[in-house]
Design a protein around this ligand. Structure first.
Ligand code: SF4
Length: 78
């Protein structure tokens, strides 16, 4: 898994940090920082949930070199 996040679109909601604090943190302005870009398998499900739950789609994930995308109709997870 490869995790990246776009701090320029992050709206500092903290949802990803609450969900996976070993992988996501926030800088002094509250914008997302990725702590672990290659998280262990045990955290990958939660990382995917955090990606879906991000209100601005600022979290991006690749699995085995393939970008994880949602169907256009899928609502963000809560
Ligand atoms: S869930 Fe999205 S908007 Fe909220 S802090 Fe994380 S990256 Fe930023």
């Amino acid at each position: 898994m490869r995790v990246t996040a776009d701090s320029t679109t992050c709206v500092t909601s903290s949802l990803c940090v609450y969900r996976v604090p070993d992988v996501f943190d926030q800088d002094a302005e509250g914008r997302v920082v990725v702590l672990d870009a290659d998280p262990p398998v045990a955290l990958q499900h939660e990382v995917l949930r955090a990606r879906r739950g991000c209100p601005t789609r600022s979290i991006h994930v690749e699995l085995n070199g393939v970008v994880v995308e949602d169907p256009a109709s899928e609502a963000p997870a809560t």
